[in-house]
Design a binder for this molecule. Structure first.
Ligand SMILES: Nc1ncnc2c1ncn2[C@@H]1O[C@H](COP(=O)(O)OP(=O)(O)O)[C@@H](O)[C@H]1O
Ligand SMILES: Nc1ccn([C@H]2C[C@H](O)[C@@H](COP(=O)(O)OP(=O)(O)O)O2)c(=O)n1
Length: 427
């Protein structure tokens, strides 16, 4: 076992030492560790980079990503919410009419590309274990290439026997089969954040996926763990898998070194590999991974704010209600210095529009400048910006300083950002 482990260590060292400058972990851990290797909803998913300016990102010296909405957002919308007028303190109930259909989906498309993280590492390095934790904390959809292939065998598909034989031999199934399964699973999902585990396992997997989907991963997680530890874990896994026997395990290690390490090497070269010491406990491994996923939440929060503001501009009450907590508190000029609680005060303006709206008069557009997203923890975030509101009827532009406090909650098993407080004042 020791001999084999050293062999693995050397192979990985050879591969990785050429790229140690871009490695995200301490080079000193490498010889010791050895073997290589949500949610906001459809509208948020699809808003992506459509309409207006784009969320850029930059990495500061501490490695933290800062949100930069370079030129500001522009939301052209076909309706409005009256932001001025309305008697303070009057509580108006919802109008009889349904608000007109949301324009958000049309404006939102074309969708942004899915955000993908590949999770790679030797068999037994803890990919599945950590993916479950990431899903739970960050609302990703987890797609395990191995699980999809095993499900395909079970489904009685014509490819089933071929897949079964290859898995038994520890070989890698042809890319076309695996990519089709991944594509189908991605299309069936209603999120845009995917953890793809155990893929790409060879250069063919990698190149074909890029070619077929046009998707490059945000980064890859590489679980680095020596072969001795992998072997120990696989023999203790006890999931009744046809490939968790010593003979197939050894074949899989060989395939991993020969076929999968070059893929990791490729991502090292383009600065996308994040190497994790997978020998640590499950909790320690997760603590190392956790900060890498924070930027996804910042993007989700930015997108949720975009959709909410677009909903406000278009008079789309259903979007407003979806993104605002029923108990939301607010300070806004309309409230004349009072703190308003709940959504009725705000609904009044939507219903006013729906009841007496005139498209030409009501056209509004918001341009957001200087936005800053601050994540306080993985479930609480602050978005602050200046919003220029153009009103076609009066050609008047009003500038507001807005701060929105968001809380991430699980609704029907899915993460959603809810606006729990905002403060708007005339700039
Ligand atoms: N950090 C860890 N320390 C010890 N055992 C682990 C750790 N992570 C996972 N395991 C165990 O090792 C085995 C393989 O983990 P798994 O997540 O199935 O790996 P992979 O998906 O990479 O094949 C499982 O039995 C799992 O419970
Ligand atoms: N991209 C992939 C992923 C898995 N496979 C096949 C071959 C692998 O040995 C098995 C099992 O993979 P899985 O990722 O579930 O498990 P291990 O990481 O090997 O523990 O599935 C494949 O052919 N192509």
């Amino acid at each position: 076992m020791g001999g084999r482990s050293r062999l693995v260590n050397r192979a990985i060292l050879r591969t990785l030492s050429q790229h140690s400058s871009s490695s995200s972990s301490s080079p000193s851990t490498l010889p010791a560790s050895g073997s290589g290797a949500n949610a906001v909803r459809e509208e948020v998913k699809s808003l992506g980079r459509a309409g207006g300016a784009i969320l850029g990102s930059a990495v500061d010296e501490s490695g933290a990503r800062k949100a930069q909405w370079g030129a500001g957002w522009v939301f052209a919308a076909a309706g409005l919410v009256g932001m001025s007028g309305g008697a303070v303190g009057s509580l108006h109930t919802q109008a009889e009419e349904e608000p007109k259909a949301s324009i958000v989906p049309e404006v939102a498309r074309p969708a942004s590309k899915p955000r993908v993280v590949f999770v790679l590492g030797g068999p037994g390095s803890g990919k599945g274990t950590q993916c479950a934790k990431i899903v739970d904390s960050y609302g990703f959809v987890h797609l395990s290439a191995g699980d999809l292939l095993r499900a395909e065998i079970k489904s009685g598909s014509p490819d089933g026997t071929m897949i079964q034989n290859m898995i038994k031999e520890g070989k890698i199934v042809p890319s076309s089969v695996t990519i089709n399964l991944l594509k189908k699973a991605m299309a069936e999902s209603n999120t845009d954040k995917f953890l793809i585990d155990g893929f790409p396992r060879n250069e063919e997997n990698r190149a074909d996926f890029e070619k077929v989907t046009g998707i490059l991963p945000e980064f890859i997680l590489f679980f680095d763990c020596p072969e001795t530890e992998l072997e120990r874990r696989l023999l203790g896994r006890n999931e009744g898998r046809v490939d968790d026997n010593i003979e197939t395990i050894r074949k899989r290690f060989k395939v991993f070194i020969e076929s999968s390490l070059p893929v990791i090497d490729h991502y090292e070269k383009i600065g996308k590999a994040r190497k994790i010491d997978a020998t640590k406990s499950r909790e320690e491994v997760f603590n190392a991974i956790d900060p890498l996923f924070r930027p996804f939440l910042e993007t989700d929060l930015q997108r949720a704010t975009e959709v909410l503001l677009k909903g406000i501009d278009s008079g789309d009450l259903s979007t407003y209600e979806r993104f605002c907590d029923p108990g939301m508190t607010a300070f806004e000029p309309e409230a004349s210095g009072h703190l308003v609680k709940g959504l009725d005060f705000h609904r009044f303006y939507f219903n006013k529009k729906v009841a007496g709206g005139n498209e030409a008069e009501n056209f509004r557009q918001s341009t957001v400048t200087s936005p800053v997203v601050t994540l306080l923890d993985s479930n609480v975030g602050l978005v602050t910006y200046t919003r220029l509101v153009q009103d076609r009827s009066s050609s008047e532009v009003k500038a507001y300083n807005e701060t929105r406090l968001w809380q991430r909650k699980k609704v029907n098993g899915q993460f959603e950002w809810k606006n729990v407080h905002f403060h708007r004042s005339l700039a």
